[in-house]
Design a protein around this ligand. Sequence first.
Ligand code: WCA
Length: 353
Amino acid sequence: MFFPATANNFFTNLCFAGEKTGIDKRHFHLTEETLVAHPELYDHDAQSLDNRLAMTVDAVPKLAQCAAAKAIADWGRPASEITHLVFSTYSAWGAPSADLRLATLLGLRPTVSRTILSLHGCYGGGRALGLARELAENNRGARVLVACAEITLVCFGGPDGGNLVGHALFGDGAGAVIVGAGPFRDGEQSPIFEMVHATQTTVPKTEHALGMQVSGSGVDFHLAIQVPTLIGQNVERCLLHAFRGGDDDDNDDGGAHLPSPLSGNGKWNDLFWAVHPGGRPILDNIDKVLKLEPEKLAASRHVLREYGNMSGATIVFVLDELRRRRSLLPEWGAMLAFGPGVTIETMVLRCPR
Ligand SMILES: CC(C)(COP(=O)(O)OP(=O)(O)OC[C@H]1O[C@@H](n2cnc3c(N)ncnc32)[C@H](O)[C@@H]1OP(=O)(O)O)[C@@H](O)C(=O)NCCC(=O)NCCSC(=O)/C=C/c1ccc(O)cc1
């Protein structure tokens, strides 16, 4: 690659054998041919935003289409029965927006109710699922397609732009899920996970910690070194809040319909875990503060190792990995996703028997 020696040493140190990052492999839309044709993509002083967006405007919905078509096939009903679409991406901007392009590619009905979530970053997948749950519960018979797709081409750069930690972590990918709340139809796959309760918490005074700045030369990420610690310090409070059914009272007296893994010794180890693998130290800190047994975050570590951090799409990969292991899962689980804010999306999950 074209990184000079100092940057290269730092980068090699981070990425070597995936020991620090926990990542062995990532997938990218960007090819060497594209880089040769577009040297402005690694020249931080060049105006490249227009070219980046011209490339992602079609590529992002097409990537999402691949994931969505697979989710629809697994679901077992025709795409025309989808009533709502929630699309999360930070990497395609323009109007008509990527959700409309995706709806057209999939042949969704013209009355499909579309929402696009932009710039939520890595918690976008969690927010999209939470929103889909609310839509499904409030619209009888609704079937909501959730699609998350990210292509890092908007933020790719050379070492002079900084952001080497982001370059060591982020990858491209798309995931999709169908969300519904009965009545169930013939041929429809039975539910895999029930989203029982969802909460969103913004950690006060942490706006500086995670962010994205747009300029004529593309998008720069800012990931403060404190992020893994901040998440570790706040995650248990978010979980207690969610398992109390969103009750702000600190007494563990609410959420009659929720399980109470909050009493007893093993507590968090009685759950299965779908955690956004934002980075290896984030998972390590969560393991530590919740005193989790080593295999509890196995699905998250597996996805990080095989795909890297695909921002909002990553949580769908983790849920899919858990789906494969579902016969081994306990009944109750928790989902966590993090992003700018610092925002923590928390969801109580149930794996129906
Ligand atoms: C692999 C890392 C980079 C290093 O591993 P380590 O165990 O901390 O290793 P070291 O303690 O040996 O640190 C290695 C080097 O990396 C440096 N470093 C260590 N974190 C840093 C650092 N955030 N900066 C800049 N140098 C550092 C550290 O200072 C040190 O530098 P040096 O002493 O010169 O070798 C690890 O810290 C890591 O994965 N950090 C990133 C965690 C993180 O913030 N993840 C993002 C979570 S939120 C998210 O997923 C979404 C974000 C998002 C936001 C907006 C969107 O639109 C879309 C997405």
